[in-house]
Design a protein around this ligand. Structure first.
Ligand SMILES: Nc1ncnc2c1ncn2[C@@H]1O[C@H](COP(=O)(O)OP(=O)(O)OP(=O)(O)O)[C@@H](O)[C@H]1O
Length: 266
């Protein structure tokens, strides 16, 4: 059984004046268990709509989505969701924030503190468990948000541009902390990103979506060995080759998209 199966999914939204916005068209996609899949495509092509369908937040008007063999449902403890905004509660410490998902799941105080502390340690924040959001940098805050998701040990992690608010240098540090944490559990990840370097560096496969209505244009296998480090990949020839191949395929879709980060590898 795959982790996620999307079959002939199409979706559109009503607009106040004139009809509909056709967001997704005929999406067929299978994500295997333990796979790291990245989705790239121009702004407004339906990436979040697709992720929301996997999260059970929005059902496609046509077609079908199944997650771990059943209909997706919002709040499924087996599925974590990480957004660009860290959404930390300012009155809670890093530990309190990292334990929040477990608390919602009804996990005992002792166990959630143990698991949240471990997740913070994995994200390199072992010395900051007592810090409040205002005392943490952007990158540290986002690592707390990632620790919050990891602590619940979801089978599937859905991520909507989780690194986009970080500056380039911090982003690489958080990528590597995330990769290290992911290597320990190898949960299924679906990552939406506007950063092709990130997609190629992190994922096993990169899905390119077309302009709206979003269809799947192509899927690229990333044959870089694991474990990986984003920092080390900057000097890896194979990484640059794969990057250029995917970019030449993606280019015409995102050429007018100012949100898209072509690169940089240096
Ligand atoms: N609730 C909604 N009501 C009306 N239109 C919507 C709604 N949600 C999304 N849309 C429209 O559907 C299209 C796809 O949106 P979606 O957010 O999925 O795109 P995206 O690829 O994630 O974009 P971005 O990369 O800019 O975040 C867009 O044109 C958007 O304006």
């Amino acid at each position: 059984m795959p982790a996620i199966k999307v079959t002939k999914a199409s979706h559109w939204f009503p607009t106040p004046k004139s009809g509909v916005v056709h967001a997704l068209q005929d999406i067929d996609l299978t994500v295997e268990k333990g796979e790291f899949l990245a989705i790239v495509g121009p702004s407004g092509c339906g990436k979040t709509t697709l992720l929301n369908a996997m999260a059970g937040l929005d059902k496609p008007l046509e077609g079908d989505v199944s997650v771990l063999g059943h209909q997706p449902r919002a709040g499924d403890p087996e599925v974590g969701y990480v957004l660009a905004k860290d959404s930390l509660l300012p009155w809670r410490t890093a530990l309190g924030n990292a334990a929040l998902g477990l608390e919602i799941q009804g996990v005992s105080v002792h166990e959630r503190e143990t698991r949240a502390t471990e997740a913070l340690g994995v994200m390199g924040l072992g010395d900051f468990t007592g810090a409040y959001g205002a005392q943490l940098s952007h990158g540290m805050r986002q690592r707390v948000a990632l620790a919050r998701s990891f602590a619940t040990k979801p089978e599937i992690l859905l991520m909507d541009e989780p690194f986009s608010a970080l500056d380039a240098q911090t982003r690489i540090q958080v990528h590597d902390a995330f990769l290290e944490a992911w290597e320990r559990r190898r949960m299924t990840v679906v990552l939406i990103t506007h950063d092709l370097t990130e997609a190629v560096g992190l994922a096993d496969r990169v899905v390119i979506m077309t302009r709206r209505p979003g269809r799947i244009k192509s899927i690229h296998e990333i044959d870089l060995p694991r474990p990986r480090s984003m920092l080390d990949l900057q000097g890896n020839d194979r990484f640059h080759q794969i990057f250029e191949t995917i970019w030449s395929d993606l280019r015409e879709e995102v050429i007018e998209d100012s949100a898209f980060v072509k690169v940089a590898a240096s």
